[in-house]
Each structure stands twice: as C-alpha cells, then as structure tokens.
Design a protein around this ligand. Structure first.
Ligand code: AMP
Ligand code: MG
Length: 392
C-alpha cells in the first residue's frame, strides 16, 4: 500500500496543464490565469475628486474665504478647466481635477451664494479629497500571477485596465461513472436490497464546484461487458471519475475492466482513511480515478486526490484546500496506520467532530464543514490547536 503523500505526488507528476484558451472576462470567473499580467494604466488614471464639492487652491481657501465659481466639472470627459487663486470650480466625485487646483472642499463644508461659495471648512490642505493618479496602482505593477484563480474583484481590476479577455487554463471535461447493482436513481422505486445512488450527484457537484465540465455521466451495473463499453466511451474525456467497484470483492470489476480497455493502473490502495481502495491510472492522456463507493470515501478521496489533479490540469498553482486554525473541542485518537480524515463542524474557531466516523455515514458528512487530518497514532487532547481543511 502506498502512502497518501506518495500517491498524490505520483498523480500530480502525471498531470499536465491543458493548453490555455482566451476567454472574455464575463466567462473567466474562477478560471486560472495562464499568464502574469501587469498594469498598463495607473489607478486612478488621473487626479480626481473624492467628493462632491469645490476644487480650490488650498492656500487661498481658508475658513470664510469667498471664492468665485469659474466653472463646473462633472465626472466624465474633462473640460480642461483651470483655476487660479480666489476662484473655484464646482466639482463632483470622480471628476478630473482642474489644472491649478490642489484640493477639494466638500460640499457639506461650504455655503453657496449665487456665483460665489463661502468656505466653512476649518482648514484646507494641499491634497484634501484629491485621489492622485497612480496612488492605488502604478503602471508596471503586477496585477495577476500565473495560476491565480480569477475572483470577482480580480475581474473588476482587469476590467479597470480596459482588458476584455484573458488567457486561462482550459476547463477539463470529465466523465462520471457510478457502479453497483444495488443502486437505483433517485425517483425510482427501490426494490428490496437496493439503495439510492448518492455519489453520482455528489461527484457531479464536486466536479462543477472545482470548475470542470461534466461531459458524460453514466451508471453501470456490476457487469464486466457493460463496464468495459462505458469506460471505453469515458476515456475520450480529459478525466474519468469512477465510483465503486475498486475494492477486492468478486463484484469489484473496475480494475479488470480498465486492464481490458488498455488502461494502465499506476496505483491502487492508498494508506488513507477513509478511501483505502483508491485507484489512479491513465489511458493515453485521459486520467482515471477509481473512488471507493462508500459516500464518505468518495467525497474524501475526491478532495484529497482528484481535486488537486484537476486543478493542476486547469493551470492552478495552489492546489490545497483552504485552511483554518481551530481549537479541538474533544479528544481524538488517530488510526493505527493510516492518516484519518475526521469530518466535523468548525464554528467560532472550535472544531467538533460530527456524526459517525464511518465511510458510509453520509448524514454526518452532510453536516460537516471541515475535515481534520489526524496522523497515524496521534492522540490529540481536548483544547489542542489544530489546522482544519474547509470543505464548504
Ligand atoms: P464498493 O466500493 O462498490 O465496494 O461499494 C462500497 C459501499 O458503497 C457499498 O455499501 C455500496 O452499496 C456503497 N455505494 C457504492 N456506490 C454508491 C453510490 N453511488 N451511492 C451510494 N452508495 C454507494
Ligand atoms: Mg460495488
């Protein structure tokens, strides 16, 4: 049995990023930047007013100064107005500063008297309420690093540079294959001994959340010929994720079917709890992940092995789940030999293990928002400081 770390290393070394594509910013949310990007426009792009008010020369705008209004500059195209001492320009938030003005007095600290304005501010200094060109961002500064996930604010920043489209890693197309004679689709009538398929929808949701396109989704009974036909179809995608049938029973046919269709199996059985029967292989360039069918094992092995591989395919550099520090509410003892991912709930910095910690127990999983990886043989006492992985 291979260690969890070795298994992940082996998988990641087999994954090449897909070729990058250019997409419009409107379609770039949560994709990964394929290039470093640098500012070509300073932000703000020009000196402008931070307030609705009056643009002034600070040293002629003391308290009780009475200034003649020489023009008006709203936000928008610059009128190239200029200003001398004793005069003012009516100005609005975001409007370009008139030539010669070095401060703005906000409207609330003035009194309008026809074509004049009386300054009531106690003091006006150079730079007051002026947003200087380049103060937020200078030309040449890096705005995106290759591998960054493009978040809403990043997209806003790119738009502020006048950028319309961006090169990102391609979105992998994945096939999802659930296996098992005992499974019925939700909505069907259950016969004695059958259970509903949980993993199909859970994997489709995990795949979508990770940013992949689910291009094929199929259920297969534990029948060798059907499984081979389904897998032959599935390997035309960038990756295949199989649920169930990878363990050691006579009805676990996935390994044999993969060999039959000419796939290589790079690893099978990993020291991780839950998820021991996990399998990874390839058929040409298609990655194949065999996830044990117990729903918690499916979920955990997806996050631990499949997610980082697919993120790497999409051009991501940070492949880890978000983390948070937490205080353990009660004692936990690790497994004797395998790292154990406990499911729990993190609230106000405290982590509480939740539900039965068995690999079929999906109710507890559904209430969990974090995983705690406990090293083999570790004994963590109540109150220990731990780092948990956020799964929400
Ligand atoms: P397997 O990995 O095929 O040996 O399945 C292990 C356990 O997971 C069995 O109890 C299966 O009934 C259950 N199981 C397998 N696939 C699914 C699924 N798609 N949804 C819910 N339970 C499943
Ligand atoms: Mg099965």
């Amino acid at each position: 049995m291979i260690s969890e770390e070795k298994a992940r290393e082996k998988i990641l070394s087999a994954v090449a990023p897909l070729p990058a594509t250019e997409v419009s910013l409107a379609h770039a949310l949560h994709r990964f930047a394929a290039n470093d990007l640098f500012a070509t426009i300073p932000l703000p792009p020009f000196d402008n007013s931070a307030m609705d008010g009056y643009a002034v020369v600070a040293n002629s705008a003391g308290k009780n100064a009475r200034l003649k209004i020489a023009g008006e500059q709203p936000a928008g195209v610059s009128k190239n107005l200029s200003l001398s001492a004793g005069k003012t320009i009516r100005i609005f938030t975001g409007a370009p500063m008139p030539i010669g003005a070095d401060a703005v007095v906000m409207q609330e600290e003035t009194q309008r008297e026809g074509d004049f304005v009386l300054i009531q501010a106690e003091q006006t200094s150079v730079g007051d309420f002026v947003r200087k060109a380049g103060a937020d961002l200078a030309v040449g500064q890096q705005i995106v690093k290759r591998g960054d996930r493009l978040r809403p604010a990043t997209l806003g920043l790119l738009a502020s540079q006048g950028i319309e489209s961006v090169r990102v890693g391609a979105q992998p197309r994945v096939a999802l294959v659930t296996t098992g004679d005992e499974l019925a689709a939700p909505g069907q009538q259950l016969r004695s001994g059958e259970i509903f398929d949980s993993n199909g929808l859970m994997l489709a949701s995990l795949a979508a959340k990770t940013g992949m396109e689910v291009a094929m989704r199929r259920h297969c009974p534990d029948n060798f010929a059907t499984l081979c036909t389904t897998l032959r179809d599935a390997v035309h995608q960038n990756a295949v994720i199989i649920s169930g049938g990878v363990s050691v029973g006579e009805h676990d046919l996935v390994r044999e079917a993969l060999r039959e269709i000419g796939a290589e199996i790079d690893l099978w059985r990993v020291a991780v709890k839950p998820g021991k029967p996990f399998l990874f292989g390839k058929r040409d360039r298609c990655l194949i992940f065999g996830l044990p069918g117990n729903p918690v094992s499916t979920f955990v092995t997806f996050l631990v092995f499949v997610r980082p591989a697919l993120l790497q395919m999409m051009g991501a550099i940070d492949l880890s789940l978000p983390r948070a520090n937490a205080r353990l509410v009660h004692e936990i003892t690790g497994d004797e030999t395998r790292p154990h991912y406990f499911r729990g709930h993190l609230a106000d910095g405290a982590f509480t293990v939740i539900g039965r910690q068995e690999s079929h127990a999906i109710f507890g999983l559904a209430r969990a928002n974090a995983l705690l990886r406990v090293r083999p043989e570790a004994r963590l006492s109540a109150g220990s400081e731990v780092e948990v992985l956020l799964i929400d």
